[in-house]
Design a protein around this ligand. Structure first.
Ligand code: NDP
Length: 454
């Protein structure tokens, strides 16, 4: 079986040149599925691995728009409809200059397993554009979103494909996209999640990914009879996931000490408290400024700009107990992983998608720290998106406490299932294998039930 998987990985590499992140995700997942493939020859016979690594559909389109100077701009738009075995395609839209086909295929592939873990009926998808919202005026973002939806609307629907936000796509962008969809389709349905509360959004959706990553860390700690109280935590980024990670850490009496953006990071030894977090939220969500300003405002903090010459990220080189990578893929490399361990970190809960390289993961697993991979630890966002879809179908809104309780229960369940599955397949404590296998089995069994042509 190991040969079959290795050969298949080589085949996928040859078939998808210039998609290194997609290959990285496939290389991370497929080998961990060996024990389940050994046990279930029917999966191999039905070519489940070959099918699950091939998107059902890829849509690539031109997005022309006009900037404030009256000049025409052209970006590329994508939607990867990866797998709809267990429900409509579901996954975010990313607007970032690094977006390309391979990046979105990796995210869509991960999403298939993640969505299955939530227990909610959602298939996997992802989309976005190489458009960079940073430095653009509101009017430019509005025009871009309108143009993007003028093509995307014909491919999505509340029972077909339900996009959400991701990097560069927050409440503002979802609003513009939903407004255009509503007008084109003449229909008011839950076709997007992450909507505003007045127009079909769910309470706790903005908080869900960050809260969920913290709940997951709490569950991992509980296996050792510990809690987050008093733990020093390194958090990267300062976007949606990072902000609500910090908020929940404060609720649970932990001490977050770092935040960052693509310009650099701040280290606040005394801890980021609620007042400082409020400042960050206003800085990032309203003024759309840089994290550097934090250190000008709070003298307890030190700002370190990114040094492209370094082969490690100094943010991960501080004494701490826990780390919450919340920026982007491959932000923890081998050296960062070694630095984290050296500095006493023994809990890593990934808010971002694939933030740790293969070499970094190997170090975490070898050291047997509590390592929660993104597809399990950050599933809270899509889980509450699933709850938003349910509320839209019911035309009803649950109160904040109820959604938060459901989110907590889902994260607890994902942790339990990943932990039990890892133990069942002979790799106790390995949440990577546990999450991959548990997500895979649900989708694979459904693909068998639905037949080859589904
Ligand atoms: P936001 O756009 O709200 O914030 C992104 C943050 O990451 C910003 O602080 C940004 O800094 C930083 N960042 C992005 N790219 C880089 C980079 N190359 N180097 C350094 N910093 C970077 O995005 P989210 O918080 O929504 O998403 C963060 C991560 O969480 C992503 O990996 C996303 O896929 C994942 N995720 C998000 C979910 C959600 O519900 N939003 C759900 C599950 C996963 P700057 O502003 O300078 O670019």
């Amino acid at each position: 079986m190991a040969d079959y998987i290795a050969e298949l990985v080589e085949h996928i590499k040859a078939k998808n040149p210039a998609q290194p992140k997609f290959i990285q995700a496939v290389e991370e997942v497929l080998p961990t599925l060996k024990p389940v493939m050994d046990k279930h020859p029917e999966y191999r016979k039905a070519k489940i691995l070959e099918r699950i690594t091939e998107p059902e559909r890829v849509i690539i389109f031109r997005v022309p728009w006009e900037d404030d100077k009256g000049e025409y701009q052209v970006n590329r738009g994508f939607r990867i409809e990866m797998n709809s075995a267990i429900g409509p395609y579901k996954g975010g839209l990313r607007f970032h200059p690094t977006v390309d086909l391979g990046t979105l295929k990796f995210l869509a592939f991960e999403q298939v397993f993640k969505n299955a873990l939530t227990t909610l009926p959602m298939g996997g998808g992802k989309g976005g554009s190489d458009f960079d919202p940073k430095g653009k005026s509101d009017a430019e973002v509005h025009r871009f979103c309108n143009s993007f939806m003028i093509e995307l609307w014909r491919h999505i629907g509340h029972n077909t494909d339900v996009p959400a936000g991701d990097i560069g796509v927050g409440g503002r962008e979802i609003g513009y996209l939903f407004g255009m969809y509503k007008r084109l389709k003449n229909e008011y349905t839950g076709v997007l999640t992450g909507k505003g509360i007045n127009w079909g959004g769910s309470l706790i959706r903005p908080e869900a990914t960050g809260y969920g990553a913290v709940y997951f860390a709490g569950e991992m700690l509980e296996t050792r009879g510990e809690t987050l109280e008093g733990k020093t935590c390194l958090v990267s980024a300062s976007g949606n996931v990072a902000q609500y990670t910090v908020e929940k850490l404060l609720d649970l009496k932990a001490k977050p000490v770092t935040l960052s953006d693509s310009g650099g990071y701040i280290y606040d030894e005394g801890g980021i408290d609620r007042k400082k977090l409020k400042f960050v939220m206003e800085l990032k969500n309203v003024r759309r400024g840089r994290i550097k300003e934090y250190a000008s405002k709070y003298k307890s903090a030190v700002y370190t700009p990114i040094d492209p010459k370094l082969d490690y990220n100094p943010l991960w080189n501080h004494k701490a107990d826990c780390a919450f990578p919340s920026a982007t893929e491959n932000e923890i490399n081998k050296k960062d992983a070694q630095n984290l361990i050296k500095n006493g970190v023994y809990v890593v809960s990934e808010g971002a998608n694939m933030p740790t390289t293969r070499e970094g993961i190997d170090i975490f697993l070898a050291k047997k720290i509590l390592y929660g991979p993104g597809k399990a630890a950050n599933a809270g966002g899509v889980a509450v998106s699933g709850l938003e879809m349910t509320q839209n179908s019911l035309r009803y809104a649950w109160p904040r406490e109820e959604v938060d309780r459901k989110l907590y229960e889902i994260m607890k369940n994902i942790h339990r299932v990943a932990n039990e599955t890892a133990a069942h397949y002979g790799v106790p404590g390995n949440y990577v294998a546990g999450a991959n296998i548990a997500g895979f089995v649900k989708v694979a069994d459904t693909m068998l039930d639905l037949g080859m042509y589904s």
